[in-house]
Design a protein around this ligand. Structure first.
Ligand code: DP6
Length: 363
């Protein structure tokens, strides 16, 4: 599939001003995206659970300008003007302007807020970029463009990817695949798609409690992180492994095989960190408390037969994943044994969600 499919033909309507609001969730990868080629093309396919409570809400107000020279916009986080976000948004606009030719015609006010604290160590780029991409697509929809089925969400995901790779998995629920995989129909390097096959009841309503071990800024930015995979001695094996893990997950999801799920998900998390430990330069992004938590989860599982497991982002925080029917038992365990390892005792309870929502339509 070609990028050119997302370049619109001439718009047939015009609009002077208006405003759209979208709320978009974060997501947690089970098979990780780590390594990319030019133009935000992933080196391997990934799959994620869409989250429910961790979200960004963005209102995009727009008014037509006199001239279509530079991009013109302001960004606000929780009502405060954030000029330091402008560089990132400007770079995003540059990347997507071929696909949204109206971008230079308007002044935009971007007002955004997150349900999770900015300094929680939870990346807001997936929820933030997907919410913004959806607002922009709402504008394009008003301009009346010829389109194919699924155009709105597919193109929104395509645009979100150009803002931040994992953002393309944050529009729909509850399981999303991004990256071409031979056995997954419709999968693409260009956008995320809903996982198309059967998913066992065991994986419905999965819970994710995020333990905030380190709430500081990311030690390694994702751009630096992905770049570490260039010339990495284990890169090709790792990309191959991601394809294999995704293949294995197809039958795991179908059969509800929680033991194999745990094996794949924990191995993916540790492999992601292993890639960072074995790159040049090398990084250790786990903290001592990350390891304490992992060991506690392993002994709890051994002692009780629970199906709780963990996954990690490119940082020290731990996502504790468990089936809904174990909520009571696992929440007790988290409160009694794991919260002590969180910074200021902070954690966030989340679960699988069903994707982004449009909140208001004002025109
Ligand atoms: C470890 O999507 O943040 O969370 O494309 O550079 O914005 P950019 O990277 P980003 O990378 C996320 C990496 C990850 C794994 C994942 O979500 O698959």
């Amino acid at each position: 599939m070609q990028e050119t499919r997302f370049i619109p033909k001439a718009y047939t309507s015009s609009i002077e001003n208006g405003s759209f609001t979208w709320s978009s969730p974060s997501n947690i990868a089970l098979v990780k995206y780590w390594g990319k080629k030019e133009h935000q093309i992933p080196e391997n396919p990934s799959v994620s659970f869409t989250l429910d409570n961790c979200k960004t809400t963005t209102t995009l107000s727009f008014s037509k300008k006199e001239s279509s020279d530079d991009f013109s916009f302001d960004v606000f986080l929780d009502g405060d003007k954030k000029d330091d976000f402008k560089l990132k948004i400007e770079a995003f606009f540059k990347r997507i302007e071929a696909y949204l030719p109206f971008l230079r015609d308007y002044y935009f006010k971007i007002e955004t807020s997150n349900t999770f604290p900015h300094s929680s160590g939870i990346a807001s780029s997936a929820s933030g970029m997907s919410a913004l991409a959806l607002c922009l697509m709402s504008i394009e929809e008003e301009l009346d463009v010829d389109h194919f089925d699924d155009y709105f969400f597919q193109k929104a995901s395509f645009l979100a990817r150009l803002g931040s790779g994992s953002a393309c998995r944050s529009l729909e629920g509850d399981l999303v695949v991004w990256g071409k995989h031979d056995e997954i129909d419709g999968s693409s390097d260009l956008f995320g798609v809903k996982y198309p096959f059967e998913v066992h009841q065991n994986f419905k309503n999965y819970q994710d409690t995020i333990l905030l071990v380190d709430k500081g800024e990311k030690q390694v930015s994702s751009t630096v992180g992905h770049n570490l995979m260039y010339g990495h001695p284990f890169a090709q094996e790792r990309f191959k492994q991601a394809h294999e893990n995704l293949s294995s997950l197809i039958s795991v999801f179908k059969e509800g095989d929680l033991d194999t799920f745990i094996e794949i998900v924990e191995s993916e998390a540790l492999t992601l960190h292993a890639m960072m430990m074995t790159s040049m330069p090398y990084f250790i992004l786990m903290k001592p408390n990350t390891l304490e938590i992992i060991n506690k989860i392993w002994s709890f599982r051994k002692k009780t037969g629970s199906k709780v497991c963990f996954t990690l982002d490119a940082g020290a925080n731990v996502h504790v994943l468990y089936p809904k029917n174990e909520s009571k038992q696992v929440c007790g365990f988290i409160k009694n044994e794991l919260v002590a390892y969180c910074q200021n005792g902070h954690y966030i309870c989340d679960r699988i969600g069903f994707g982004a929502k449009q909140l208001t339509i004002e025109n």
